[in-house]
Design a protein around this ligand. Sequence first.
Ligand code: ZN
Ligand code: ZN
Length: 236
Amino acid sequence: MRGVEDYLQQIKRLEELGQRCTATVLAQTLGVSLPSASEMLKRLAEEGYLERAQDGAIHLTAHGRPLAHMVLRRHRLVERLLTDMLGMPWHEVHREAHRLEHAISSRVEEHLAAALGYPEYCPHGHPICPVDRRELRPLEALQSGERAAVAQISEISEELLAYLDQIGIRPATVLTMIEAAPFDGPLTFEGEGGLVTVGREVAAHVRVCDPAQAGWINNRATGIAGRLGITEPQPT
Ligand SMILES: [Zn+2]
Ligand SMILES: [Zn+2]
């Protein structure tokens, strides 16, 4: 089941991000070979979970969509379990969640949601319920002098998450656009730790919202781990 669940959730994740989903994109983002992705997609299409358009684009069917949503909800709840209760850093939980999500029954899923206080978003800012009430914009759409909060960071490339964390671009961080260099040059922001400059390719993974809509993540670090006084081991 693991393979099926991971394919369906990745298709829905790409759809949520507004990215074109093809066998090649799935193979790249799931870290599998193109032949094995093609084989799995053929099987999923035969089982009625998805349709492949003439141009190779992949779409979930009415049969596949609820399953994709269920797996994605479990994935995001597990991520919140890891950050809120176990105190793990937000940029390390996506891969870990893949190990656990397939073992979650619907009964455990409901207890997990209740124990977490029915969170609306995963630690990267993706909706756990189907509705996203925030108004999201690409980071690079900010005008000079405009303030916004980081609302959502794509999990598609997990290596990028550690980098963003390192430079101080994290979910709920408030950024002020200082300057967008001309000719598609880098973007400079005033962040919580000073100035930070990112290329457009990196910025494309980040979406922002009004700071007033970003309160959702603020209790993340004060979950059970915080109350128990668990601190992260310091890198040596
Ligand atoms: Zn998985
Ligand atoms: Zn996430």
